[in-house]
Design a protein around this ligand. Sequence first.
Ligand code: UDP
Length: 245
Amino acid sequence: MVKPKYNRVLIKLSGEALAGERGVGIDILTVQKMAAEIAEVQAAGVQIALVIGGGNLWRGEPAAAAGMDRVQADYTGMLGTVMNALVMADSLQQAGVDTRVQTAIPMNQVAEPFVRGRALRHLEKGRIVIFGAGTGSPYFSTDTTAALRAAEIEAEAILMAKNGVDGVYNSDPRKNADAIKFDELTHRDLLNKGLAVMDSTASSLSMDNDIDLVVFNMNEAGNIRRVVFGEQIGTTVSNNSQKEK
Ligand code: UDP
């Protein structure tokens, strides 16, 4: 039997991935489809933690630009990520995987508070852990949350599931037909070239903690499995890329 490449991964889903065709809000059928795919990979013996963004519901920055207090706007965004986490947890449970939500802002009636040791224990027991409410602090993103939690749980890689984009390009492939895709990159290249994969805080955290990133298209069924089993898809970002294309 082919063994997975990774034993423990953190999957980062943007909030938009939960919106399906609608583009905003939560489309339950889309979430259930994703959950089934994640459950299948978990069944292969891979420990999985999830960080889900909130951009399908709310983003702090534009609300602040429109005049809202930034901190209040960011707390609103963090609460949005908890809604996404609860819906995904339900779908994973229904797909047969024991799942726990841990939030960076305590809300004990709804979810467990984030406790690293407990998260590790859940993972070891084969439960999926979803980290909600971001880092718990304003001015951060869920990409930074993913980098932080991945370091804390010693994940081998962050799987950055993108909505419709199949890797990292030298320019936006949706705007530029000549955009070139990178198969491999270093974290430093990502920062130096200003490639918009994740924000710079998340990027430098991944670099400093030597966490690999695999950027791939979530909209293609079976891709999580492909990445976890080491198929070369998307773009791999690490500290020691051998080649750049
Ligand atoms: N957010 C925050 N601190 C965090 C994580 C998220 O303040 O540690 C807020 C921020 O307002 C952000 C929103 O939550 O705009 C939604 O998260 P994000 O934009 O990262 O979601 P994604 O783009 O991945 O869907």
